[in-house]
Design a protein around this ligand. Structure first.
Ligand code: APR
Length: 252
């Protein structure tokens, strides 16, 4: 995979050093180096092998809860068995280097790897595979333990319990997404890493950042629909780019 050109890293370095507020907006491609399959990449993309309406939609869950539960549980097992990669660790290092700035992670990923790598300010706009909640939002939440192998009724209200993540056909958590919008609009530098910008409304965040004056940097080995609209479109893997960026920032 090509490493980012030194000239582009140097230009981006300058923008990061001048920035007060930085956002890293991440998608499944960031976790690819951890061995977690992306959703739409070539033949390995998860959605090339299963129908998301069957295994990851609210309509599918209400129709066949066990099918959705089983599919998400196998994804949880994979996430629990793997770990954050050099890209996650470099982004956590970026937070340390930029201690005098505000660095926000806005992630579409449900694996919890940013927090495990050490980032503190993480907005999980699609929720998390590590938590369960009552579908009726009565207030019941619980850590999803691996022995919870099948759907069960809410102990508080009897409603269905489901993973605390956004299934297809569901709205995002309004409070979380409002925070993500605000951070995007206030960002001076907005990194987009490992996303195909396929799913709304999350895919709008970089455009809102750009229209509010942020420098938008895309990091992806392949071009995306946003590549022509960003300031820098870096053809690189996440681990290589963010490791190079932190190495250069460390040599102030
Ligand atoms: N580094 C950076 N980017 C990578 C890497 C890598 N090592 N490997 C792959 N990519 C890129 C691919 O080129 C692709 O553009 O990551 C992107 C992954 O795209 P998707 O699989 O569509 O994942 P994502 O954009 O996160 O999907 C958004 O869709 O299915 C829903 O809720 C799910 O959050 C997900 C949302």
């Amino acid at each position: 995979m090509p490493s980012p050109s030194l000239e582009s890293v140097a230009r981006i370095l300058h923008e990061v050093r001048q920035a007060r507020e930085i956002v890293v907006f991440s998608g499944a491609g960031l976790s690819a180096d951890s061995g977690i399959p992306t959703f739409r990449d070539g033949s390995t993309g998860l959605w090339n092998n299963v129908d998301p309406d069957e295994v990851a939609s609210i309509e599918g869950f209400l129709r066949q809860p066990r099918v959705v539960w089983d599919w998400l549980l196998q994804l949880k097992h994979l996430v629990d068995d793997r770990s954050p990669n050099a890209g996650h660790r470099a982004i956590a290092r970026l937070e340390e280097i930029c201690a005098t700035k505000r660095l926000t992670i806005i992630t579409q990923n449900i694996d919890g790897y940013h927090a495990r790598a050490g980032n503190d300010d993480v907005l999980e706009v699609h929720g998390t595979i590590h938590r369960l909640r009552c579908h009726r939002r009565c207030g019941f939440v619980a850590v999803w333990q691996q022995d919870a192998v099948e759907p069960f009724p809410c102990p508080d209200c009897g409603g269905p319990v489901r993973p605390d993540l956004v299934l297809f056909g569901e709205a995002l958590d309004e409070e979380v997404f409002a925070a993500a919008e605000l951070r995007s609009i206030n960002a001076d530098v907005f990194f987009c890493v490992g996303t195909s910008f396929t799913v709304q409304p999350a895919a709008r965040l970089p455009l809102w950042a750009r229209s509010s004056g942020a420098t938008v940097v895309e990091v992806n080995p392949h071009p995306t629909p946003l590549s022509d609209a960003v300031d820098y479109s870096i053809r690189s893997g996440a681990s290589q780019f963010f490791s190079a960026l932190c190495a250069r920032l460390d040599h102030v």
